[in-house]
Design a protein around this ligand. Structure first.
Ligand code: EPZ
Length: 437
């Protein structure tokens, strides 16, 4: 079975380049169908969630070309919007729900399979539905698990979100950009990818103002036109390498980043004793010694992201003293703790809080990735551990990290993707000969 084999104990050292943001790309590719002209989207990460949404877009009739690994050209002119968007891949990813907002916004009609995504909590979509209804759509969940939304005409509205939701904010923006009149979204999410989606839509002629604050104002326009747009760098991929560097007591420069998006991650690293140096588009993380403990609570942006909670949990598991990590966004995001315990971590979970007693080091073990970010965090743990680890269920990790083993190997990490015992033996031989590329 495909898995990663890791030999731990080597500090990560060197430079790594960050790809485009997966969660921005999912929204932007869905929004790209809203024009009847070619839309070029650059800096798209090559990960499985993106291939799934692009597959869905092609399946409903959009013209899609892929001139290079990180660029898609999409023309929504030929979309068969009366057909449901439904296949296995669509049902497995979360981002497919953005096709509800974009199809509804463009055609006043959408039928899309209920989204899947990592099992990190209940993940309701009531706020998305509330927003679509406020714009005048009739929304129903029909067998076999399809969201159907229809309106005679979408009309701008004043919407107050009950919870801060990235997905609902993005979906309501897309549904509102071509609605008649003005829409105001209050208590909107402020994540960098909400801003990126708004900038993208504005480059197509939309009039979205205030993205990045908690009040977003949209003036409906008649149509959207073609554009060329480059996705922002991935805040969470960057953060994952920053925290992996710290776990292995390494020295890594992470390039092609927007340091402003990493501020809360940098602040925590500095607080526990790492050296972090920022330049215009890179950050360098140096962890020369064992780090200190701290407390952290996940919050919507600009708070500490839930998508970095497992990574900081793994790091604090190696730090001096007792740390407390509180998860306030998703109720099921501590599933990595049992796996990390197999590596020697000392963590007690009580409801949405993990009480972490730092240990001197981890030891290699066989573990399973419970979801995307937790999987990446377990790889960081394995890279810091003494001995070998096997990490299974890596399809979760491949949803969101482009070239994960290759990038870690370029930093000196001993990690390989293998499929059977023979490949594993060969990989271990290469690690022992210190041939890691
Ligand atoms: C997005 O999920 C991301 N996914 C997640 O990334 C990320 O963890 C999350 O935002 C928070 O930052 C994508 O962008 C595809 P939310 P989303 O709506 O939109 C509750 C990763 O690893 N809520 O902001 O599904 C919800 O239960 C992933 O890349 C409602 O109650 O998250 C949660 O408690 C995993 N009703 C909170 O809001 C709703 O209608 C925030 O969820 C919607 C959400």
């Amino acid at each position: 079975m495909e898995h990663y084999v890791v030999k731990g104990g080597t500090p990560l050292v060197g430079e790594v380049e960050i790809a485009g943001a997966k969660n921005a790309a999912l929204a932007i590719l869905a929004a790209a169908i809203m024009a009847d002209e070619p839309v070029t989207v650059e800096n798209v990460p090559d990960v499985s969630d993106i291939r799934a949404i692009v597959g869905a877009i092609a399946e409903i009739g959009a013209e899609v070309s892929h001139p290079d690994r990180h660029t898609y050209v999409i023309n929504g002119k030929t979309i068969r919007y009366t057909e449901p968007v439904d296949n296995d891949a669509v049902r497995k990813i979360r981002g497919s729900y953005y096709l509800i907002g974009s199809l509804l916004g463009k055609y006043s009609e959408a039928q899309v399979a209920l989204p899947g995504g990592c099992n990190i909590g209940l993940r309701p979509i009531d706020q998305h539905i509330k927003g679509f209804r406020a714009l005048g759509a009739v929304v129903k969940i029909c067998p076999p698990g399809l969201v159907e939304a229809r309106a005679d005409e979408l009309i701008g509205s004043h919407i107050y979100m009950d919870v801060v939701s990235v997905g609902a904010t993005i979906n309501i923006i897309m549904a509102a950009v071509m609605a008649k009149g003005n829409t105001i979204i209050e208590n909107a999410a402020k994540e960098p990818h909400v801003v990126d989606l708004a900038n993208f839509l504005n480059s197509m002629g939309a009039r979205v103002r205030g993205a990045g604050t908690d009040v977003i104002r949209i003036k409906g326009v008649d149509h959207l036109h073609g554009t060329e747009y480059s996705i922002i760098p991935d805040q969470i991929e960057a953060g994952t390498y920053m925290y992996a560097a710290a776990c292995t007591r390494g020295d890594v420069t992470i390039t092609n980043v927007i340091p402003k998006h990493l501020e809360c991650l940098t602040a925590k690293l500095t607080e526990i004793g790492c050296e972090v140096t920022e330049s215009d588009d890179s950050v360098r993380v140096v962890a020369a010694k064992r780090l200190d403990h701290t407390n952290v609570k996940t919050l919507p942006y600009p708070g500490f992201p839930t998508d970095m909670q497992p990574q900081i949990g793994v790091l604090l598991g190696l730090s001096k003293g007792t740390s407390i990590v509180t998860e306030s966004i998703f109720e099921n995001r501590f599933r990595y703790v049992d796996e990390l315990s197999k590596m020697g971590a000392s963590i007690r979970v009580e409801s949405n809080t993990a009480i972490i007693e730092g240990v001197e080091g981890y030891t290699g073990a066989n573990v399973k990735a419970p979801d995307l970010r937790a999987g990446a965090a377990l790889v960081a743990a394995a890279l810091s551990a003494q001995g070998y680890s096997d990490i299974y269920d890596i399809h979760f990790i491949e949803r969101g990290y482009e070239d994960f083993p290759e990038k870690l190997r370029s930093l000196g990490g001993c990690i390989a993707k293998v499929d059977n015992a023979d490949e594993e033996r060969k990989a271990i031989n290469r690690f022992n000969l210190k041939v890691v590329s």
